[in-house]
Every structure is written in C-alpha cells, then in structure tokens.
Design a protein. Structure first.
Ligand code: BYC
Length: 323
C-alpha cells in the first residue's frame, strides 16, 4: 500500500524495491509499497476496464429478447452474463487498491471515469451481435492478452480468466457471422453493413495514436501496459484481415493492403476527431447508455439493501456463535 514514510532514507529504499520488482518483471501485490501515481494509474485503467464490461452488456443485451432461435438466445445470454462477471472481477481487483465499489460506481455515474468508446455505438441488427463478438471481442483479446502479464498481480490474474472467456465470445461471433454468410443475400448484406459500421470504431478502441497518448510512456515503463496503442492496433489488423477473407466480407478501408517490406498491413487513419467526440460524451449512444446504467443502479437499490442486511445479520449470528 502507499504510505508516506517519515525518513527520506526509507522512502528511497521503498522506491528502489518497487523499481527492482518492475525491472525483474515480477508482480506488485496489494500489500507492497507502490508510488501513488502507479496506484492512481491502475485505479484509472482497471476502473475504466470494469465500467466498459458493465456498459458493454447493453448493446448486446438489447437483443436477448429478439434472438432468432433458442440456441442463439442461450449463447447470447451466457455471453452477456460473462461480461457482468468480468466487471465484477475487475471491480474486485480495483478494490485491492483501496477504493470502494461504491466510489467507483459514483465515478462512472458522475462521468469522472470513462468507459470504452465502442459501447457508445448502437447494435442495429442481429448481425451486430456477431460483429461485436468477432471484432469488438477480437480487439479486446488483442489488447488484453498482454495484460495477463501486467505488473499488478490482481489485475493480471483477473485478465487470465477474462481472456479465456473472451476467446469463446469471439468464436461465437465469428460462427454467427459465418452462418449468416452461408444464408441468403439479405443476410450477407446485413453482415457487410454491420462490419462497415463497426470497423473504424473498433480500431479506435485501442486508444489515440502513440504520439497523442499521454498515459502510454509511464504505463509502459511501469509494466502496466505491455504494448503501445499503435502496436496493438497493427497486431489486430494483421490478425483480422485473413479472418475477413475467410468470412467473405470486405473491410471498409481502401488503403488496406499488405506491405511486404514491413511485414504488416498498411491501413488508413481512423477519424481521431470522432474518437475525441465520443470520449467527451458526444457519441451516438452516450446519453442512452448512462441513463440506462443510472436506472439499473437505482432499480437495484433494494437488492443492495437486502444483501447488506443479510450480511449484517449473518455477521451478528457468527459473532454470537463464537462467544
Ligand atoms: N475509449 O493515454 P491513453 C471489452 C482515454 S472492454 C474511451 O492512450 P491509456 C468488452 C484514456 O482513458 C474494453 N476512452 O490512455 C466488454 C485516457 O483518458 P484518461 C475496454 C479512451 O490508458 C464487453 C485518454 O483517452 N478495455 O472489450 O494509456 C463486451 C488518453 O488515452 C479510449 C480496456 O479498458 C477509448 N477507446 O490507454 C465486449 C482495456 N482510448 O483516463 C468487449 C484496458 C483512450 O487519462 N485499458 N481513452 O482520462 C487499456 O488498455 C488502456 O487504458 C487503453 C487506453 C488502451 C484503452
């Protein structure tokens, strides 16, 4: 935990021990001393990640009641429940840094903490359920697999389980799109239209370009992030192009082509002004997402009250039993 040691000497020794742990690529654990800025960076990133999982339930959740078959409904229901679980692991990891779940929730509802820009775009057709699985979860895996090696123990361990589940999510999305591509012309057109809408916002999920990413340098030095935003975006494009070919869809970027010299695909520039606008709250669904979240929180007040009353009673009974 962060402390303010009285002796300057002790401060130096604590900092040196922290630096050595980072240099060895070992984990920092909740009871270890850590610089206040490291703790703040982790709270910011883990909370934003947790909020994204919870808000991320909304675009797909809206389709549960309209799933085209019992099988699709069961799959979608399981996926959306997994996202709730991911949010909970991440809130728990964040709580080990000395911030409560209630505070984190308040920071989200008051707009002081962000969530991923991608969830401010609507899911307009059932093909979007597939595209979210394939592209959004694909981007999430690309970004999150390296986070299994992040320097903060509880975050890295939460990411291991989350990544396993995200892989299932991506496969179900791809399988859904593959099924639609084998269907009618109208279904194929629906898939292409969905991919056209999601492609650029998905590239924006990786954050601003490296030269405009104020947090990257420090997060990389501390091992909180393992790769820069642009490195991961490139990895995602390289991974996705052959998948799009196998699926039979076109990615909506006229500049997309293999660059033999670089050994990577070249691709066009996302509209960074759009990302800035969405992050500032002016995306297509920001107002709706926050209103829904606020209403869900208020509707759940009775559950929190009941759970606290039950915990208090059980606690009292345990203490009486121990006497
Ligand atoms: N959207 O200096 P930068 C999921 C903010 S969950 C919104 O590069 P950093 C899923 C950034 O926070 C997906 N804000 O920041 C769930 C910073 O603002 P503050 C979520 C963004 O932290 C359910 C400012 O812009 N994944 O996939 O070094 C269903 C400057 O950016 C965005 C995670 O959270 C954005 N796209 O890098 C399906 C992964 N990009 O905080 C799927 C963990 C940037 O200074 N997080 N900002 O006010 C990360 O890897 C990093 O935090 C980021 C940004 C790459 C996102």
């Amino acid at each position: 935990m962060t402390t303010t040691p009285a002796e300057p000497d002790l401060q130096e020794r604590l900092q040196a021990a922290f630096d050595a742990t980072i240099a060895r690529n070992d984990r920092i654990e909740p009871r270890d001393w850590m610089p206040e800025d490291y703790r703040r960076t982790l709270v910011r990133q883990i909370a934003q990640h947790a909020h994204s999982e919870i808000i991320g339930m909304q675009p797909e959740g809206a389709w549960i009641g309209r799933a085209p078959s019992l099988r699709r409904k069961a799959i979608l229901l399981a996926k959306v429940q997994d996202e709730a679980g991911h949010g909970l692991y991440l809130y728990s990891a964040c709580e080990t840094l000395g911030v409560s779940r209630a505070e984190l929730n308040e920071l989200l509802l008051s707009g002081r903490q962000k969530y991923s820009s991608i969830f401010n775009y609507p899911a307009l057709s059932y093909a979007d359920v597939g595209t979210i699985g394939w592209l959004v979860d694909g981007a999430a895996i690309c970004n999150q697999v390296p986070l299994c090696r992040t320097s903060y123990g509880p975050y890295g361990r939460a990411m291991i389980r989350i990544c396993k589940e995200e892989s299932f999510h991506q496969r179900q999305g791809y399988e859904l799109l593959m099924t639609m591509m084998r269907g009618t012309d109208a279904q194929r057109a629906m898939v292409q239209e969905s991919v056209d809408r999601f492609w650029w916002p998905v590239l924006m999920m990786f954050g601003p370009p490296d030269d405009r990413s104020p947090n990257s340098a420090r997060s990389l030095a501390w091992g909180v992030k393992r790769h820069s935003n642009d490195e991961l975006r490139q990895r995602f494009v390289d991974m996705t192009v052959p998948q799009a070919e196998a699926l039979g869809v076109t990615l909506p970027d006229p500049e997309l082509r293999w660059n033999e010299e670089r050994g990577h695909h070249d691709f066009g520039e996302p509209d960074w002004a759009e990302l800035d606008a969405v992050i500032r709250g002016n995306g297509p669904c920001n107002t709706q997402r926050m209103a829904h979240r606020r209403a869900a929180h208020e509707d759940g007040a009775w559950v929190r009250e009941a759970a606290s009353a039950f915990a208090e009673r059980t606690d009292r009974a345990d203490r009486a039993g121990a006497r």
